[in-house]
Design a binder for this molecule. Sequence first.
Ligand code: CA
Length: 385
Amino acid sequence: MTESNLERRYSPLIILVLTAALVAVIGMWSVDRASTVTNVTEGADESRGDGDSYQWKIVTTWPKNLPGLGAGPENFARLVGELSGGRLTARVYGAGEIVPAFEVFDAVSQGVADAGHGAAYYWKGKIPSSVFFTAVPFGMTAQEMNGWMHYGGGLQVWQEAYAPSNIIPLAGGSTGVQMAGWFNREINSAEDLKGLKMRIPGMAGEVFAAAGGTAVRIPGGEIYTSLQTGVIDAVEWVGPYNDRALGLHEVAKYYYYPGWHEPGPLLEFIVNKQSMEALPQDLQAIVTAAARVVNQDMLDEFTARNNQALQQLVNEHGVQLRRLPDDVLKVLWQGTQDVMQQLIADDPMAAKVHASFKAYYDGVREYHHISEQAYINARDVVMDE
Ligand code: CA
């Protein structure tokens, strides 16, 4: 996609116009829903251009009916159906229903499915730069990631990285700062990481391995059993709201923070290029707008629900909440430097993405010292007195 297309797609004015157009579509639909449904079925609705309707298959890396992460593609499917008056409908398939979790990218690339929902860093084996589009250790918060994506050049380099795979990426939701994870033993020093077998994907897995642990890649639907049976000693998944949904408190006792490895992980919608281009312009705009709505909505839900879930985990289930010691975080930070240097030395696209990421991150971090961070520190000073 060209830069001018990007600017056109994401300029505030156009979003405003697009929103007004969507509202108009909803209004038309709601006053005459019955006839619309009939006409779409018959393919003869003159008010909607050629009257074509489209049915998409969306495959996901999540277990079917998972709240939080799994609500992203479900909400997207509902939205595109409502906003298009039924001209574009989508059915969501959980991991294993059409393809296993880790085959979602290939399924969308090859057109087995029209779209997918998951996390870019699952594909780092084939696209090393993909880690930046989910999370890199000690990287950006959700707010910062969204700024990079939509106004800092992030989406542009992401599109470039996925173009050879016949895939168009869109931001697909965020969880906010995650938890460092569930451990079956206490972590009191960096020595305690050695020999630990942990489910931890992406670049963080390589950092964890550099610190002496063993990183394994397991899809969400298999985490509980892996921890229960002792295949792994520790797991990072998301945070209180989604971790409670998987029942991880039943199979590990210690719950560590902060999420050094995923401070603002971004999820992805991936769309098969031909599936997108087969849509008329207005439906393409609806796909893009619905993804943007879901991207923010997911963050809103996690923000609203995490604390209640954490209180329940601690107070009703006896979960032991722990902070990773500073010396452990420092070892992980050093490992991050080493792994990052290797990544950008080995892969030109990773180097290009890193350049965009770093230029933006350096600036936003500097500003957040005197804005987000300064405010959170200030409110604690006065409110916790
Ligand atoms: Ca995670």
